[in-house]
Each structure stands twice: as C-alpha cells, then as structure tokens.
Design a protein around this ligand. Sequence first.
Ligand SMILES: Cc1cc2nc3c(=O)[nH]c(=O)nc-3n(C[C@H](O)[C@H](O)[C@H](O)COP(=O)(O)OP(=O)(O)OC[C@H]3O[C@@H](n4cnc5c(N)ncnc54)[C@H](O)[C@@H]3O)c2cc1C
Length: 434
Amino acid sequence: MKELKVRVIGGGLAGCEAAWQLANRGIKVDLYEMRPQVMTPAHTTSNLAELVCSNSLRSDRLENAVGLLKEEMRRLNSLIIKAADLNRVPAGGALAVDRDSFSRYITDTVGNHPNIQVHYQEIKEIPDSGYTIVATGPLSSSGISGAIAQLMKEEYLYFYDAAAPIVTLESLDKGKVFKASRYGRGDDYLNCPMNKEEYARFWNELVNAEVVTLRDFENRVFEGCMPVEVMAKRGMDTLRFGPMKPVGLVDPRTGEEPYAVVQLRQDNHEATLYNLVGFQTNLKFGEQRRVFSLIPGLENADFIRYGVMHRNTFINSPRLLDSFYRMRENNRIYFAGQITGVEGYVESASSGLVAGYHLAGTLHGEQIAQFPSTTAIGALARYISNPTIGDFQPMNVNFGIMEPLGKRVRNKQQRNRSIAERALKDIENFIHPE
Ligand SMILES: Cc1cc2nc3c(=O)[nH]c(=O)nc-3n(C[C@H](O)[C@H](O)[C@H](O)COP(=O)(O)OP(=O)(O)OC[C@H]3O[C@@H](n4cnc5c(N)ncnc54)[C@H](O)[C@@H]3O)c2cc1C
C-alpha cells in the first residue's frame, strides 16, 4: 500500500495540532518549522507552539464561547488543549499555562511521535504535488508569503489587521439607535446620535484612554492607517468631520441632524453583528469597553470583538477556503491557524484540528461530514468560509456566529449555557455517529 504522507508548514499552535490529528490517524507527517534558523519578530525560543504574548487561553467556562470551543476540542483529543490542561497555572475562570512547560510538552510530544518527523528549516515554496497544510501564522516569513501570494491572486493576501470593534444587535438600546443611510439613501446603517455634551464627554475620555504599546515591527505597518484615538487627538472636531460626521443623517426622534454620529455597519449575513465604522483602534480592551459604552445606544453593548491593529498575515478565506479550511480550487492544499483569519491561540488550534481531522479522513477514503454549525468548531469554520462575507476581518469565536437557539431565552448566561449543552451533544454525535 502507498504510504500516506502530509507536509505541514509551520510548527505553531495550528501546525502542531494538525500534525497530531493526522499522525494519530496513521498518516505520516513532515512538519517544517523555521525557528531557530529564522526567527519571527515575536517568537523568542526554538520551541514548537510558542505562545507569543499572553499565557492565557482565555475563559474555561462553558457560558463563554472560547470555553465551549476548548471543551469541544478536548473531546476530539486536541494536543494543544491537553498540553494546556497539563501545564495549567491558577487564573480564576481562565485556562492559563506555564508557557515554557506548555510549549516544551508539545515539542516533546510531537517530536517523539512515531508518525511525525520534524524538520527545522524555512519553507519558501508550496510544492505542487502531495498534500500540504500551510500554518505559518500571522508572522509568516517573507519567503512563504510570496509563495502564498502567488498561489492565490495577490489581492487575497493581507499583511495587517486594522479592525474596528463588533457588537451584537441584541445588546443595543433600540430606543436610541436609528436606522438610516446618509441623505435618505436607504436604511443600511444603525446610527448612534450624540448631542454636544455627549460628544464632548466621549472625546475627552477617548483622547485620555490607555492604549496598547505596539512593538517596533507593528508600528511600522500602520503609518497609513489611523486609529480613531489618534485622529481624535488632532483636534476636538476632527472626528465630527471624519468617521463621526452627522451630515445627511436625521434622527427621527428629534427631526434634526445630531451633533455627531457613530455609524454601525452590518457585519454578518444574519444581521446579528455590527461593527463601529471607522473605529479601528489601539485602545486596551478594557478601555474600549469603558469609552465606547459612552456612545448612546451602546451603554450595555456586548463586544464580541474588540478593535485591533497589528501585523497579521491572513488570506481572504471566504473567497478561498471551504469549511474544512481546504482551498476550493486545489483540494491538496489546506490552510490552518491565524493565517486563515481565525483570531487567537485556541481558534488557531481549532482550525488545525479541523484541517488535520478532515485530511486524515479523506486520505483514508472516508466521507467526512462538516462539523455541525451548532458547535463552536463548526461555526468558526463556516464563518471563515462564508462567501457572503464582504469585508473580511479576523474573528474570535463567539456565540454571535453560532446557530441561534430555536427558542427565546432572555437570560444571557442561561442562553449561552443552553447553546453550549446543545453543542456538546452535537459534537458527541459527530464523533460517535449512531
Ligand atoms: C504579536 C502577537 C501577539 C499575539 N498575542 C496573542 C494573545 O495574547 N492571545 C491570543 O489568543 N492570540 C494572540 N495572537 C494571535 C494568534 O493567536 C497567535 O499568533 C497564534 O500563535 C497563532 O497560531 P498559528 O499556529 O496560526 O501561528 P504561530 O503560532 O505563529 O505558528 C506559526 C509558525 O510557523 C513558523 N513559520 C513561519 N513561516 C515559516 C516558514 N516559511 N517555514 C517554516 N515555518 C514557518 C513560525 O516560526 C511559527 O512557529 C498574537 C499574535 C501576534 C502576532
């Protein structure tokens, strides 16, 4: 019988998870990692699956979507979650790890797996034969970035993330927010009107809010793209002539143009999520919640993604990938990790899990079903590959992208728990079909 073999490029969270899923299903894997020969601007060790920043894999509670995602992955024998569970440090309701022992455990486990051969070398080309999973991360080397750009027309590869926060529709105060497009041309936007006092207070908090300190390599990328707080610092009225201009928008409650307006644009097909137009920002997450909650209508907003601006190589997955993270136009090539536009350590590992799981099944001649859209793993994979998404920006897992419950549950905690219970039942049925 011909030996089944897969090449995985990138030994980060996604690449190691994909290799592990393949190897445990009897597929031989060549895993390529360029460090320590070639380092990225953020990694500092030669360990596989190094955590480049925080040592937290975020909430471990099922009422939180990332907690649910982890539990689903646990049930699918995820290496990354197993390593995290074994190397846990106390962090309240979060799953935080000792970063060194976490990545050393993964380096040893992957390195000692009889089906995995680790090669410490940079790959600059995507071979046109055999099966490949590209998992080179947000800081992919320039060599492989060139090869990826060549593979998919250049316009589908992006090098930084300048995303505005996203809120859920149901958390908005509908008594304050009004629907309208500028100059009466439809009602595509939700508008949060401000009077002069509200604007002055908001501006003052915005210009004095705490921002994230960017590293040198991140600063350089953003010369041409201005965060909302930087624009605000240019003068008290700059935003009123920029993203917060009220021209052509009449508040039906007053019959007049407000003093300033924050516009919200629909972000997903189901119209459950909205982004704050022009609000790309470097404010710390807590500060975003505090300051943006001063916007009328957003007092109790549920932020499912905060604004970010950092170096991030990612592809336009909705145009390129299917829900197995496989290229639609070339079924030998999969992508996994942050490069697909999933955002976060756990999300990256989750996409590696799906890609490895699916490719292993395919190589064994099995028919692998899509992960159910009621599960966090499945919802994320479908979001990333949903061709109706226009302006694609990286996404964390969240309940807003999961299939809603068929019934209305008012209490948010209870609703999230019901979604999680349904997801775990469905993932069990997926793993062990009748
Ligand atoms: C500066 C920064 C901070 C972040 N902080 C957080 C955080 O605190 N929490 C969070 O949840 N997420 C964070 N992220 C986002 C993201 O979750 C992580 O980057 C995560 O590591 C992504 O997993 P990955 O497997 O896709 O990529 P990585 O873990 O980066 O793995 C990719 C691997 O591919 C290797 N590689 C690259 N090019 C090549 C090549 N040509 N040949 C061979 N190997 C190659 C790299 O050396 C690396 O080991 C951060 C991202 C960045 C850039």
